[in-house]
Design a protein around this ligand. Structure first.
Ligand code: C5P
Length: 405
C-alpha cells in the first residue's frame, strides 16, 4: 500500500546534523508514492549536499528565492501552492524562531509564510541539543507555533551528536513517516477510547513449553494504528508477537488468555470501542507443571488434558458497559470455510453488533486480506487489500456506527 500516493510534499531542510536522516525520510516519502520537492537553507547545505537530495527526490533542489528557474520569479508562491503539505525536517531552533516572527528573508521561511494556511499544513520535526530544546525561548516558540496552526512532530530522546543525552533528537525517518501519514487521515474517532486485542495467546504447559497458534498480530496492530490515525486514544493488548508498537499507541503485553482477559477487563471500563482481533487459544492445559516435564527412557509421553479458556469478547460484549450502549464491540472470525454462515452465527453467539469474517489460513501472517463485514443490516464484502487499508475502512465503519457521546 502506498500511503502517500498522489501527494506532493515540500521537504524543507534547515541546519543540523539530523540532515543525514532527511535523506532517508525523502526516500521513504518517494517509496510511499509521494512526489517530493526539497528546499534547503544555506545552513542545511553545510550538512548535506543538494546533489544527494536531488538524487533521492528526483528533482533539482531549491536553495534560493532568487532561483531563475521559475518564469514568474516567485518560487515561494509556486512551491507552496503545489504542496499538499510542507514538512521541515530537521527544523532547527533558529528556524522555529524565524517562523514565530514570520521572517521571510530566505526561501524556506518565505514559502512557509506564503503558504495558504488553511489548505497546506506545516509540520515540523525539531532537532537540536537538549539544552536548546528545553530552553524557555524554544518552548515558548513551540507553543506559539502550535497556536498558529503548525503541527510539531515531537522529538526523540537519547544520545545526541554533541555527546549529551536527553530530549531534542529528531525522530527517525520511519517514525516521522508514520506521524505524517497519520496527520493526513480524517479524525473520525477523535476523543474516543479504543481497545484492541491482537496476536495469539500462549498457554504454558511447563516453563519451557506451551501451545499457541499462527496469528501474527498484523491485523490487530493495523486496527490499532488506524484508530490512532483517526484521532482515538488507543490501548493495544498484545499476545506474544514480533511487531513494533504503532506510534502513539499504549501497548500491554500478555501471554495467556487469562492475562489477556484481566488486561481487557481493566481497560474496557474506560473504552468506547472494543475490537477483538486476537486469536485467543480456545483451550489451555488443565495443569501447569512448575518444573520442566522430563522425557524418561521408555516412558509414555505425558497425557495432556485441557480446559476451556474464558471467552474475552463474549464476556465484554455481555458486560454492563456494552449492554448500556457505551461500548461498541467488534469481533473477528477466522474460519476455514463457509464464511458467511459461520460469521453470521458467530455474531449472534458473541452478541456483538459488528463481526469481521475472514479465512484464517489465508490471512495468518499475510500483509493482505479480504474480509466480510456482518451486522444487523446485512453483509458487505471488502475486497482484497492491505491489512492497513482494511483497518482504515473498518475504523470508518465503526465510526459511522457510534452514537454521539
Ligand atoms: O469463537 P471464536 O474464537 O472463533 O471467536 C473469535 C472472536 O472472539 C475474535 O474476535 C476473538 O478475538 C474473540 N475471542 C475471545 N476470547 C476467546 C476466543 C475468541 O475474545 N477465548
Amino acid at each position: 500500500m502506498s500511503d502517500l500516493q498522489g501527494k506532493h510534499l515540500v521537504l524543507g531542510l534547515t541546519g543540523g546534523i539530523a540532515c543525514y536522516k532527511a535523506a532517508e525520510l525523502c526516500r521513504a516519502f518517494v517509496k510511499e508514492g509521494a512526489t517530493v520537492q526539497v528546499v534547503m537553507t544555506e545552513a542545511a547545505e553545510r550538512f548535506i549536499t543538494p546533489v544527494t537530495m536531488q538524487a533521492l527526490s528526483g528533482r533539482p533542489v531549491y536553495t534560493s528565492q532568487w532561483d531563475a528557474r521559475e518564469s514568474n520569479g516567485m518560487p515561494h508562491i509556486n512551491l507552496s501552492r503545489e504542496a499538499d503539505a510542507i514538512v521541515i525536517a530537521p527544523c532547527s531552533a533558529d528556524f522555529m524562531a524565524r517562523l514565530v516572527q514570520g521572517r521571510a528573508d530566505e526561501l524556506l521561511s518565505l514559502l512557509c509564510l506564503a503558504r495558504p494556511i488553511d489548505r497546506v499544513p506545516l509540520l515540523l520535526a525539531p532537532a537540536m541539543n537538549r539544552e536548546m530544546w528545553a530552553h524557555p525561548a524554544t518552548q515558548r516558540n513551540m507553543a506559539q507555533l502550535v497556536q498558529d496552526g503548525t503541527t510539531i512532530l515531537g522529538v526523540g530522546s537519547g544520545f545526541q551528536a554533541c555527546g549529551e543525552t536527553g530530549d531534542g533528537r529528531m525522530l527517525g525517518p520511519h517514525e516521522l513517516l508514520e506521524d505524517i501519514v497519520a496527520s493526513m487521515q480524517p479524525k473520525l474517532l477523535r476523543g474516543r477510547r479504543v481497545l484492541v486485542t491482537a496476536g495469539p495467546t500462549f498457554e504454558a504447559i511447563d516453563p519451557v513449553r506451551g501451545i499457541t497458534n499462527h496469528s501474527s498480530g498484523k491485523m490487530g496492530f493495523a486496527v490499532a494504528r488506524a484508530a490512532r490515525e483517526a484521532g482515538a486514544d488507543v490501548v493495544l493488548v498484545a499476545g506474544p508477537v514480533a511487531l513494533a508498537t504503532p506510534r502513539g499507541v499504549r501497548r500491554i503485553d500478555v501471554q495467556s488468555a487469562r492475562e489477556m482477559l484481566d488486561a481487557v477487563q481493566a481497560e474496557a471500563m474506560q473504552a468506547d470501542v472494543f475490537v477483538a482481533t486476537a486469536a485467543v487459544a480456545d483451550w489451555r492445559p488443565a495443569s501447569f507443571s512448575a518444573d520442566k516435564i522430563k522425557k524418561a527412557e521408555g516412558a509414555a509421553p505425558p497425557a495432556l488434558a485441557f480446559v476451556e479458556n474464558p471467552d474475552i469478547l463474549q464476556a465484554v460484549a455481555q458486560g454492563e458497559r456494552a449492554r448500556a450502549g457505551r461500548l461498541f464491540c467488534v469481533g473477528f472470525a477466522a474460519e476455514s470455510g463457509d464464511l458467511l454462515a459461520n460469521a453470521q452465527a458467530k455474531r449472534a453467539r458473541k452478541g456483538v453488533p459488528l463481526l469481521v469474517g475472514n479465512i484464517g489460513p489465508a490471512a495468518f501472517g499475510q500483509d493482505h486480506n479480504e474480509v466480510l463485514l456482518v451486522d444487523a443490516q446485512g453483509t458487505w464484502q471488502l475486497p482484497r487489500a492491505s491489512k492497513r487499508a482494511l483497518a482504515r475502512t473498518l475504523v470508518a465503519e465503526i465510526a459511522g456506527r457510534l452514537t454521539n457521546p
